[in-house]
Design a binder for this molecule. Structure first.
Ligand SMILES: Cc1cc2nc3c(=O)[nH]c(=O)nc-3n(C[C@H](O)[C@H](O)[C@H](O)COP(=O)(O)O)c2cc1C
Length: 203
């Protein structure tokens, strides 16, 4: 058992990142953390969401998941973000969520939080790495500590070898191409472990 609080925060239009987040939550729990799984609030107009069958279905599927709030960022010792790649970058929904955390940031509340990120894209080289690195840029501004998987376990190679964070591609039907479940769980465990070290070091 650990005393680490982990917030797994995702945005998903087609369900992929919701699944990645669920695996991360499982991995975090297996590592002994208290885990909250949270979604990034939607910004797209309701009419647009409802006009897309997949998007609408995902929205209904995640309706029970609470939206991430500043208090969750304060509560957690560690964050795992999972977001789809949008034109090689994070979705605007996530950026907006970051952009309304200025108050928390000004109080230094995100300093020394341990973070890692995951992403998906349609193509196997469609920008997942760029998305994760772009997300990490904001984390440097928060004073967070990035606990990327690197090549700290052979599992990273088996999942496609992205050292920045687990990433996956999806086929035309929105199904994941690579099997990344074990890599996601490993990434979550590593994030929790590093957060535990950081917490202990501050006591
Ligand atoms: C506006 C938009 C931009 C996208 N840009 C990219 C891209 O740059 N590269 C890529 O391979 N896929 C791109 N995609 C596909 C998404 O990354 C893919 O549908 C997503 O990763 C699936 O995750 P989800 O099921 O959690 O929504 C884009 C999709 C949308 C809607």
């Amino acid at each position: 058992m650990t005393n680490v609080n982990l917030a797994v925060i995702f945005y998903s239009m087609g369900g992929t990142n919701y699944q990645l987040a669920q695996w991360a939550a499982e991995g975090g729990k297996e590592a002994g953390a208290e885990v909250k799984i949270l979604k990034i609030p939607e910004l797209a107009p309701q009419s647009v969401v409802e006009g897309n069958a997949v998007w609408k279905a995902t929205t209904e599927k995640i309706a029970h998941i609470p939206e991430a709030k500043s208090e969750d960022l304060e509560w957690a010792d560690a964050y795992i973000f999972s977001v789809p790649t949008r034109f090689g970058n994070v979705p605007s929904q996530l950026k907006q969520f970051f952009d309304i955390q200025g108050g928390l940031w000004a109080q230094g509340k995100m300093v020394n939080k341990v973070v890692s990120a995951m992403s998906s894209a349609q193509n196997s080289h469609g920008g997942q790495e760029a998305t994760i690195l772009s997300l990490y840029t904001s984390m440097y501004h928060w004073g967070a500590i990035i606990a990327a998987p690197g090549y700290t376990d052979p599992i990273t190679f088996a999942a496609g070898g992205n050292p920045y964070g687990t990433s996956v591609s999806v086929d035309q039907n929105g199904k994941m191409v690579e099997d990344v479940e074990a890599a996601v769980k490993y990434q979550a465990k590593r994030t929790v472990t590093v957060a535990e070290w950081v917490k202990k070091g501050q006591q």
